[in-house]
Design a protein around this ligand. Structure first.
Ligand SMILES: [Ca+2]
Ligand SMILES: [Ca+2]
Ligand SMILES: [Ca+2]
Length: 302
């Protein structure tokens, strides 16, 4: 065999071996990010890993998934059913860098590993932690940053909505509308015993209060419970409209409309579908927790 031909054969064999490694579960480190409908704003020189797992304790981990950089329309169109006054003006926002986002809301066992306590009202090791304030969530991020050597933080409001939409422009981050919500999230459905007037008696998601994380379908980015279960704290202060805010990597206003009140997103187990929409916004003081909200974290790329 001619030397040139031998080199070609050797290259082909090596490529085949690499394919076999990937096909049989070797850790793929350069798999392209999902969701081709999202246009990358800036392409990193080497592609980061698709997943990230932080070890918190023996058998307790925190899983994150890579969210690609991109642009999206933040907010809702004025004719969106169930829209609130604070969801506009709708504008094009650019997220310039990919980031890792928690696949699930932070669970009670994860919180306890990092903070040494579990303040939740509805107990369950893999139920999301509630009764935590924005300040508690920030402290969790500080401690987990120190423990992991990574930059762990709350998502900005823009990152949260971008991640929730996963390329969608409709009311929810999945194909379909609120009649499909019971497949994607835990809200105030027929299972709810709270006696709420807004209860959706036509559908059942199977959970009265909080559900263990990850029991429903994920969105196209692989994120679970972005609609419902617990509403999720973001790092931004709340401003009751988007006027005057940055459109590239926005981090919220310097002064909030209601002082030190921060944004929370996605609605909760006690909310009707309209408060679980991708564009819906709510706010909370930075101090004090409640049974309807928690958080998920973001880890920055190294
Ligand atoms: Ca429910
Ligand atoms: Ca949620
Ligand atoms: Ca709202």
């Amino acid at each position: 065999m001619a030397p040139q031909r031998m080199i070609l054969v050797a290259t082909a064999l090596l490529t085949g071996a690499l394919w076999l490694m990937i096909a049989h579960g070797a850790e793929p480190t350069r798999r392209p990010a999902r969701n081709p409908s999202t246009q990358p704003a800036r392409r990193p020189s080497t592609r980061p890993a698709r997943d990230l797992t932080l070890a918190l304790a023996d058998k307790v981990t925190l899983k994150l998934v890579l969210i690609p950089a991109g642009k999206f329309m933040m907010g809702s169109p004025v004719n969106e059913p169930g829209r609130d006054f604070d969801e506009g003006p709708r504008r094009m926002v650019t997220v310039t860098r990919p980031f890792y986002m928690g696949v699930y809301e932070v669970t009670q066992e994860q919180y306890e590993c990092v903070m040494g306590k579990n303040p939740s009202h509805f107990n369950g090791a893999v139920n999301p932690v509630e009764m935590v304030s924005w300040n508690d969530a920030m402290e969790f991020c500080r401690k987990l940053s120190a423990k992991s050597g990574r930059t762990v933080r709350l998502p900005t409001e823009a990152e949260w909505e971008y991640a929730c939409r996963a390329g969608t422009k409709t009311r929810f981050g999945f194909r379909g509308d609120e009649t499909d919500l019971h497949k994607y999230g835990n809200y105030c459905d027929r299972s709810n015993t709270g006696g709420f007037a807004h209860q959706d008696k036509a559908h059942s998601d199977g959970y009265d209060k909080t559900a263990p994380v990850g029991r429903f379908k994920p969105n196209a980015f692989g994120l679970y419970d972005m609609h419902g279960n617990l509403a999720e704290l973001c790092s931004d202060l709340y401003q009751k409209h988007y006027r005057g805010l940055e459109t590239t990597d926005p981090k919220g206003p310097k002064t909030g409309s209601y002082g030190e009140r921060c944004v929370m997103r996605g609605g909760c187990w006690a909310d009707p579908p309209r408060f679980c929409r991708s564009a819906d916004r709510n706010w909370k003081p930075k101090t004090g927790g409640f049974i309807n909200f928690g958080f998920r974290v973001v880890v920055e790329l190294e």
